[in-house]
Design a protein around this ligand. Structure first.
Ligand code: SF4
Length: 352
């Protein structure tokens, strides 16, 4: 088996082993003429940026139940979308999701454009996502290159060039195999192969449909690929979260500024996050410091968040934030780091 048969081998494998996903049209249905809903595909691809399929399934179901069309999403309240996104992380994606929905409605009459060149002009859609949507939703012969595909290409060609420098080379490999007849199925097939068979640690070469064409498998180097240029260690930042309840049980919450990390998300008032940030309590109170901080890792740094709690009098007038009645407060609407701080503080601030 030479490399020329990789595409057909992958498509044959996908016909049998395609994973069922809420936004996916399975290969048999696709052959029967069923077309994917571009809105569902776009939503899945934005959600899948930096997140696994397992984590995305429920969020995708929730979003399409609340907002079944791009027009529904475009008309949504920002705060409702941010709350529904809470827990998926990388909140800039949620803000761009809304922006994109509104641009699709305003500039494209609520119909997603089909080509890579048009899709990439939309907010929150980069080269990978534009390629994925144009291939999966519209069967355009775009080449997708995500982490899964990079791994498959590095191994197929036994290429030891380290990432990220290797990306353009891996793209030329991937382009060679992109199907002209079934580009949508092919894009999903190669990504599925990387996610389920050609996995990072223990690739299942014994059942791999492209094994006869795989140079790394022949050389025995597959588990060492792809090579990666070592990353710099992440720095650690510090901060304090102030979690307060008023005498009637209401919680003091703050919507974070639109720009910056967790922008537009609801959270506890905090200090800046840095080496040794100045205290920034929202009001004078007998703040109590919990023994255990909340720990969270963002893309570029680790955060150690000291948690301070306080009960406030009914007439408290904090300089920041707004009180949210206990009945209206849902910890699940908070981003993960704020949920962690809440979990630590909940016992201290329980109403008796
Ligand atoms: S043979 Fe093994 S290393 Fe090669 S593509 Fe298949 S799973 Fe990956």
């Amino acid at each position: 088996m030479g490399k020329t048969t990789v595409t057909s081998a992958l498509l044959d494998w996908y016909d049998v082993h395609a994973r069922d996903m809420p936004w996916r049209v399975m290969p048999a249905d696709r052959k029967a003429g069923v077309r994917p809903d571009p809105y569902a595909v776009w939503l899945s691809e934005v959600m899948l940026q930096q997140t696994t399929v397992a984590a995305v399934r429920d969020y995708h179901r929730k979003f399409t139940a609340i907002w079944p069309t791009v027009a529904d999403l475009a008309a949504a309240e920002d705060a409702d979308v941010m709350a529904a996104w809470a827990g998926l992380g990388y909140y800039a994606r949620a803000r761009n999701l809304l922006k994109c929905a509104r641009v699709v409605l305003a500039d494209h009459g609520g119909v997603f454009p089909q080509t890579y060149d048009e899709l990439i002009t939309l907010p929150g859609i980069g080269p990978y996502t534009a390629a994925a949507i144009s291939a999966i939703a519209f069967d355009q012969p775009s080449t997708v290159l995500d982490g899964n595909v990079e791994r498959v290409m590095a191994r197929l060609y036994d290429d030891h060039t380290p990432l990220p420098a290797a990306k353009p080379v891996f793209m030329t490999y991937a382009e060679r195999h992109t199907s002209q007849n079934r580009p949508g199925d092919y894009a999903q097939a190669v990504m599925d192969l990387g996610a389920t068979i050609c996995t990072p640690k223990n690739p299942a070469c014994g059942i791999c449909p492209v094994r006869p064409a795989c140079d790394a498998q022949s050389a025995g180097t597959q588990t060492t690929l792809p090579k990666k240029t070592p990353k710099k260690p992440k720095p650690t930042r510090h901060g304090t979260a102030y979690i307060a309840r008023r005498a009637d049980g209401a919680w003091l919450l703050e919507t974070r500024p639109d720009k910056g990390l967790l922008g537009g998300m609801l959270g506890w008032p905090t200090t800046e996050w840095g080496d040794d940030p100045a205290p920034a309590a929202p009001c004078d109170a007998p703040w109590d410091t919990l023994n255990e901080p909340a720990r969270h890792t963002f893309t570029h740094f680790h955060l150690i968040l000291t948690v301070q709690t306080a009960w406030l009098p009914q007439d408290a007038a904090p300089a920041r934030g707004n009180f949210v009645a206990a009945a209206d407060f849902a910890p699940s609407a908070l981003p993960t780091v704020m949920q962690k701080a809440y979990t630590l503080a909940a016992a201290t601030l329980r109403q008796v």
